[in-house]
Design a binder for this molecule. Sequence first.
Ligand code: HEC
Ligand code: HEC
Ligand code: HEC
Ligand code: HEC
Length: 481
Amino acid sequence: MRYNSHMPNQPARIFLMKLLLTIILGTIFAISQSGCIPGPVAPEHLRILFTTDTQGNFTPCGCSGGPRGGIQARSTAVHHERESAPGAVLLLDTGNFSTGFVTDIERTKAEYVTRAMAQLNYDAVNVGRFDVRRPRGGVLSFNQPGCPLTSAGYTYLNNETAGEEFSYPSSVIVDIDGFKIGIIGAPMDDLDESRLGFENEPTTTGPELLNHMKSIIGNENVQIIILITDNSMPWDNARLTSSRFKLASIIIAGQSAPLNHTESKSGEEISHPVFIPRAQSWGRSLGVLDLEMSRSGGIKSYSLRYIDLNEDVEKDPAFDGMTAEYLAAIDAPATGIPEIAQVGYIGSASCRDCHLHEFETWENTRHAEAWETLESLDRLRESTCIPCHTTGYTASESLPSRMVPYELRAVGCESCHGPGEPHKLFQEWRLYGELTGEDRVVDETDPIIRWPDESTCVQCHIPPHDEGWIYNTKIQRVLHD
Ligand code: HEC
Ligand code: HEC
Ligand code: HEC
Ligand code: HEC
């Protein structure tokens, strides 16, 4: 038998089969030991860069301790952190890229911020509670090409188009060499303990979010989930809430972390999901989270730090053009600005006539220079700076500087004492009556605020503009002694 002549004899054949079996079993054992199961493998190093609460601040903010942030500084830091990363990099924003105010200027600012985010190649941008303004107003139904907005499956009603519905994609799926990361955005309300729908409130958002997580794991073969949210509960509360979303590996949420906040953990120290406090508001810093992952995407260790985007960070010239365009755009004649009638405000100069002493003590404080401060920084075009550096506006109003009457360009007497016109008239008539004996004051009390309390001050003295507010100390500086 020709063919048989090459066949091994019986014992040799058994030996060969045994050998083959040993090799196969051995290989399977080796594969299972090494964890080298065929299929997507997580990147060994993943760097997550994140920003938060930009609130339309395309240019640096007016924060106490000096202006920070701005797209140009952000870009420099992002490029640096990308280049120095040991492995894959994600760039995320946890929400509130806009203030959500319905004015042309705020819309323009948000448009430029999202344009810049597209240019910086963000992987996902959460739609925060400001961006949709309550009630689920959806003031800004943004659709900026290249800016990957995400909001976990909720539908918003557009105020501007008589309740037309719109929604953003529930998640963004990033594929790193076959390893899929699902990034889900959720506005604050939907994670709020009291609104979770698990316990007290009849909403379904908590379970909806969980369902979406399950669905992208099941249907899209997502290996790990990152939840990004502008949720700003106290940390303990946020940790409790995060524990409800065990399907997520990482949750970036919670209160603005201080600039010097760092954290690093490994092995047993790590709680799941990993809870990461958001960066400072107004886009003042860049969060850098470095992860070491196992092949299946488990987190072996992580370290977190923040980069302070202060004035020492070089402004990326790549955004010079867009910045010039932006400044021109917010300076353009605007329409749709609400008419803010400064009813009864007459300006500090009118008070001077009868209150020279108080005027002089006031003139000695920074309040009198508040407008010049903005002017010296070339920030008069920034509608969000105006309300607190002028008189008679509230921080919720957003308006261009040219609408501020000359007399109200400072934190004047009436910022603390209230509109002065009725008081001036009252006193004038009273003095007139005293002089002429003719009583023209009828049944009226003087409406001026005699002793402004702390609630007056904290209309303006709030973070990030004032980080170290202590009423008892600061009030001393403004008394008219
Ligand atoms: C026509 C003169 C006149 C002008 C203008 C005037 N005041 Fe007066 N104001 C008075 C007089 C007079 C009193 C004292 C009333 C009293 O003692 O009962 C007074 C009292 C006050 C008080 C203390 C109120 C109190 O109950 O003791 C405040 C605060 C005040 N003025 C603020 C202002 C501010 C702010 C302006 C400018 C917007 C202003 N005044 C403009 C005449 C004036
Ligand atoms: C309308 C907004 C506004 C209100 C209301 C306000 N402030 Fe201010 N305050 C400012 C601004 C803006 C500055 C900084 C001005 C600058 O440096 O350009 C400031 C500065 C100050 C300073 C530093 C002053 C100095 O000369 O060093 C003190 C102290 C202060 N405010 C206390 C108070 C107190 C106390 C109250 C309430 C009784 C109050 N402010 C109400 C906006 C406000
Ligand atoms: C919500 C009110 C508010 C808004 C809005 C606001 N500021 Fe201020 N700003 C303040 C207060 C209050 C202070 C005084 C802080 C203190 O006494 O420490 C201040 C102080 C400043 C200072 C002086 C800081 C220092 O340390 O000398 C600058 C500069 C400044 N603001 C710029 C801006 C710019 C630019 C904007 C707009 C991007 C802006 N502010 C918007 C309330 C505000
Ligand atoms: C930052 C807030 C603030 C500003 C701005 C301010 N005041 Fe006052 N003012 C106070 C406080 C607080 C008191 C009560 C304490 C005191 O009497 O000094 C007061 C008291 C007064 C009184 C009553 C004083 C008395 O002894 O009866 C007058 C009048 C007055 N202010 C006028 C003015 C005038 C005029 C200006 C502007 C030129 C002005 N204030 C600006 C906070 C302010």
